[in-house]
Ligand binder design. Structure first.
Ligand SMILES: *Cc1c(COP(=O)(O)O)cnc(C)c1O
Length: 493
């Protein structure tokens, strides 16, 4: 097992891939093989708790890590950080729909599952591959990654973290979560632009020679906590196995039964982790890729044409407001037979013209594995309303997109295979949209009154990490143009 780049045939270790984050020519690190999980091993996982499952599955990829190091990472990430020490519980709506709740962590969104462990993976990796260097984490966020990364990295020795978010592209609650972050090694900055501007800016800084020199002189090294880092992807594989094992343990499916997986998708990281789980042996029949009104993935997965020359919409599910889904590059690489040249060609076309088209045989492979659909703003609201009315289940806007697209798939394909539906955020994180879907009265303007009202109307408790924000001071007030991002970083470092 080694790691290679999607755009180059180089070979690196797991530790190098994680410490570096992204390959120097712009490609993404991918494993050279998928560690197989046999039926017998799957049976063993059923009897384990989440941490044990995580250690067993991660060890297949982290080949240079000792068992003690893996245990240290897993224990550090998943002890005392999630409600009831259950990082990824499954709530079954009925026999077919199983909601995988990924929002019981410190920031109430699914990115906690990976970002609680990434600082541990990264510091262990850096010790092996770049001793004595300070790791500088650069993050572009559409909302949830930023806070989850800040929470994971705050005051971790040997690291610094800089987070950029689009000024008008995150919810007020998300913004407050980030701008109140404490820690001697953290910086948070708004940029004038959307998420793609932030992400493109960060990618540019990674590749900038002058910045590299600046860091070298300071004995620092950039790394990424965005989902392009393999250290983000690997921990996400775990919860798909875990959900499957829970369903077996609870007698809802039998070991070996197939499941479908539906994921509300933006940067394609979460759904790619499910795809990796299948390559390792998890019996997944169909991946249901759910988009919001920014439906570039729906178009690509059904036509083979990726074309970002289209309007960008700000929606009620902002963490999916994305026109460049970075992790798709990894899927393409695997589908074209680990062909770095072809992948690099597509990515060059994407950056030059905003468009590329895959060959018919690649599209055929995609269609075999993926169903893609999207859900507009109105249907998102309706889905939240109906789910609450009919099932007494409160879900956020992103989850609603997945529930709706799954329902469309179920209707179109008549496929009754049980489905694991990824629920990616607490409804309290997007309280305005959620409350207006279940209650027609006036929506309070104050964010905290809003949480209280949602709690009263729905009969569910406000998550402690959100109610606790009320008493916290805003510490980060900078806002810069996208051309000024590098300057902001240099000043902070
Ligand atoms: C990040 C995020 C997504 C999208 O996940 P990707 O891995 O980028 O596809 C969906 N929902 C929420 C709440 C998120 O924070």
């Amino acid at each position: 097992m080694h790691f290679t780049s999607t755009r180059n045939d180089l070979q690196v270790t797991a530790a190098q891939a994680i410490a570096q984050g992204i390959s120097s020519e712009g490609g993404l690190f991918v494993p050279s093989e998928f560690p197989a999980v046999s039926a017998q091993e799957l049976q063993k996982l059923v009897r384990m708790n989440y941490k044990e499952r995580a250690a067993a599955l991660l060890s297949g990829y982290l080949t240079g890590f000792t068992p003690e190091e893996i245990e240290y990472c897993v224990n550090g990430a998943y002890t005392g950080t999630f409600d009831n020490d259950r990082p990824a519980p499954v709530y079954s709506l009925d026999k077919e729909r199983h909601i995988l709740e990924l929002w019981h962590g410190p920031t109430c969104a699914f990115k906690d599952l990976a970002l609680q462990i990434l600082p541990f993976l990264l510091t262990v990796s850096a010790k092996k591959s770049a001793p004595d260097k300070t790791i500088v984490i650069l993050v572009a966020t559409s909302g949830d990654t930023g806070k989850a990364a800040l929470a994971g990295f705050a005051d971790v020795p040997g690291t610094k973290i800089v987070v950029f978010f689009p000024q008008n592209g995150v919810s007020p609650m998300q913004q407050l979560q980030m701008t109140t972050q404490k820690g001697s090694n953290v910086a948070v900055c708004a940029i004038e632009g959307n998420f793609d501007d932030a992400q493109t800016g960060v990618k540019k800084i990674f590749g900038d020679a002058a910045m590299q020199k600046f860091l070298q002189d300071k004995k620092m090294e950039f790394s990424s906590a965005n989902s392009i880092n393999f250290g983000r992807l690997a921990p996400q594989i775990v919860y798909y196995f875990s959900a499957y094992c829970d369903l077996v343990r609870d007698g809802k499916i039998k070991l070996g039964d197939s499941v479908n997986v539906a994921v509300p998708t933006g940067n394609f990281g979460n759904i790619l982790a499910a795809y990796y789980a299948k390559q390792m042996g998890l019996p997944v029949k169909k991946f249901i890729c759910a988009s919001n009104k920014n439906n570039i993935l729906t178009d690509f997965l059904t036509s083979g044409v990726y074309d970002r020359n289209r309007p960008f919409y700000t929606t009620s599910s902002p963490s999916m407001d994305i026109l460049i889904s970075s992790n798709l590059e990894r899927l393409l690489y695997h589908l074209c037979g680990n062909d770095a040249k072809t992948t690099a060609k597509w990515m060059t076309q994407l950056s030059k013209t905003g468009r590329y088209e895959v060959a018919p045989e690649i599209l055929a492979k995609i269609k075999e594995e993926f169903y893609a659909g999207f859900c507009d703003e109105e249907s998102t609201q309706e889905t939240i309303t109906e789910l609450f009315k009919n099932e007494k289940y409160l879900c956020d806007t992103h989850t609603a997109v997945a529930v709706k697209v799954y329902a469309d798939y179920r209707k179109a394909a008549g496929d009754t295979t049980p489905c694991i539906i990824a629920s990616t955020a607490s409804p309290y994180k997007f309280a305005t949209a959620v409350l207006s879907a279940i209650d027609t009265e006036a929506i309070p303007e104050d964010g905290f009154e809003l949480l209280e009202k949602l709690s009263a109307v729905s009969g569910t408790p406000v998550p402690a990490p959100l109610s606790g924000l009320k008493s916290q001071e805003v510490l980060h007030k900078s806002c810069v143009k996208k051309e000024e991002m590098a300057e902001f970083i240099c000043k902070f470092l």
